[in-house]
Design a protein. Sequence first.
Length: 199
Amino acid sequence: MTWTLDTPSARAALEIASEYADADLLHHSVRSYAFGARYADAHGLAYDEELLYVSALVHDLGLTAPFDSHSLPFEEAGGHVARVLTAGLGWPAARRARAAEVIVLHMRDDVSAAEDVESHLLQVGTSADVSGLRVTEFDPSFTADLLAAYPRGDFGASFLALVEDQAKRKPECAAAAYVAGGAATRIAANPLDRFGRQG
């Protein structure tokens, strides 16, 4: 099974994500795409595959030191990374704005597929990977193959540390509300980590 998309833009997004994210964060980004894409297939949702892939691959680069803004929430910083990357790839302005929007909205209140399918799918994918939301809806063989190809490593603990740092430094950001809302408990209870140890 192939977890990556083979277009010039997709290859560029993977290259940039691989350069700036550590293995745990990179694998999270690919798994988030894979969960979102599989969910779309299972629910018959039509979506822009390349837009979702590129957005998923760079959605957390605002958590990395080179792109961590002292003032902007990490998802907004990540949206700017996407704008710059896709401008270099020749995407038109409206599509660049969509990539940024998808990334920003993944940290906002739930977005329905009817409202914005790519944002919905990134929310589904990241929520599944970070806290295990909806993972029981995925075929266990799909999940096992995905975790084998892109192991979780110490993702849960490292991601929690990153968002807790964001929350401390930017108390008005979405990450702060996420942490205050019990992120540590949900991340610790993620069945994907037990799944991985059992596999």
